[in-house]
Design a protein around this ligand. Structure first.
Ligand SMILES: [Zn+2]
Length: 346
């Protein structure tokens, strides 16, 4: 390849948004079903395939204790900082406590704060980490110690950078921490109509809808999966086992339309879990890698069309072959690149 051509390609490869990443995103949890090395692998793959270049990555600073306390109870934060969790609390978290792990979660929260700010500047930003949606104000569970996305929302609200936010959680597991944290001033309302073609095909899907406070929460998840107790989100789409690409995309479209009819967010927080994948060890849905890429595109197209800044976190992903998890997450970056490159030139 001629020198000029190479420079041209590199110029083209620059993303119109930032990727938030640090080697210290790595979770020191030893041999675990959560592939803690996926973050570095995603970064390496994005560089190797020319989707991104080194200049596209920005390194976050850890959140401050003050930031963490915008969401989490002082007693819980104190326990984390002094290593005073009870055995039961550590078991519920399902990852082994260490000071290093605490630092990794503070950094993940800092990464989400930076991603949210960058999203306001560039229309989209992706943290190659985060999405710890099972963390509650007073405890951690399901591999999640600190709710990085909630911390980011509360920090930007405190700084008057946003007033409202919407979470769109497409991890296969319900966003129970998110729902609990933002349950606030919410009252139940009429269920959404379930007359769509998707409902007819799959049946048994329940969609609950409720008015939001300052944060509107949407969760699409497998009903018959962790967590057993699912606190009410603004919209919960309880999907039956084995749902495939077409039905999933129809329900996502429906949920996004319904949510955005009811609520105008200043920021959309997309929790892009890779675990609705058909080969996932902890999931029971049947999406393909291609279907998951269409899912990402749909979220980005909707955000772009309404000019809502979108910050992305990656959450779960437990494919039998970790390379599939890496592919699914990398495709999220590819989808954002396609949708937002078009948007900038239009
Ligand atoms: Zn999950």
């Amino acid at each position: 390849m001629a020198q000029n051509d190479k420079r041209y390609d590199e110029a083209n490869a620059m993303l119109p948004f930032k990727l938030i990443y640090s080697d210290a995103y790595y979770l020191p949890i030893g041999a675990h079903v959560f592939p803690a090395e996926k973050y570095r692998r995603i970064r390496d793959r994005l560089l190797a395939t020319g989707v991104a270049e080194a200049g596209d990555f920005v390194e976050p600073a850890p959140a401050t204790d003050q930031d963490i306390l915008l969401v989490h109870k002082p007693e819980y934060v104190q326990k984390l900082k002094t290593g005073a969790l009870t055995q039961r609390e550590e078991m519920e978290m399902e990852i082994p406590y260490s000071r290093d792990l605490v630092e990794a979660f503070w950094l993940a929260a800092g990464g989400s704060i930076l991603a949210a700010r960058q999203a306001l500047a560039d229309r989209v930003a992706i943290s190659i980490g985060g999405g710890f949606h099972h963390a509650f104000p007073d405890h951690g569970e399901g591999f999640c110690m600190i709710h990085d996305v909630a911390v980011a929302i509360r920090r930007l609200q405190r700084d008057d950078q946003i007033r409202t936010a919407m979470t769109v959680d497409c991890d296969v597991h319900q966003g129970n921490g998110t729902a609990a944290i933002f349950a606030g001033a919410r009252t139940p309302s009429d269920p959404l109509p379930s007359s769509s073609a998707a409902a007819a095909r799959t049946g048994g899907i329940r969609m609950r809808n409720a008015h939001a406070g300052d944060v509107f929460t949407i969760s699409l998840h497998q009903h018959n999966n962790y967590p057993m107790w699912k606190p009410l989100s603004s919209i919960d789409v309880d999907l039956p086992d084995g749902v495939g690409d077409d039905d999933y995309l129809a329900w996502l479209d429906n949920a996004l339309s319904s949510g955005l009819r009811n609520f105008e967010p200043d920021l959309l927080c997309y929790i892009a879990g890779a675990d609705p994948y058909k080969e996932d060890q902890l999931g029971g849905l049947s999406l393909t890698i291609e279907g998951l890429r269409k899912r990402d595109e749909l979220v980005f197209r909707v955000a772009r069309a309404r000019d809502i800044p979108v910050m992305v976190t990656f959450a779960g992903g437990y494919a039998r072959d970790v390379e599939d998890t890496v592919t699914i997450h990398c495709n999220t970056v590819v989808a954002a690149k396609e949708v937002f490159t078009r948007a900038l030139s239009s």
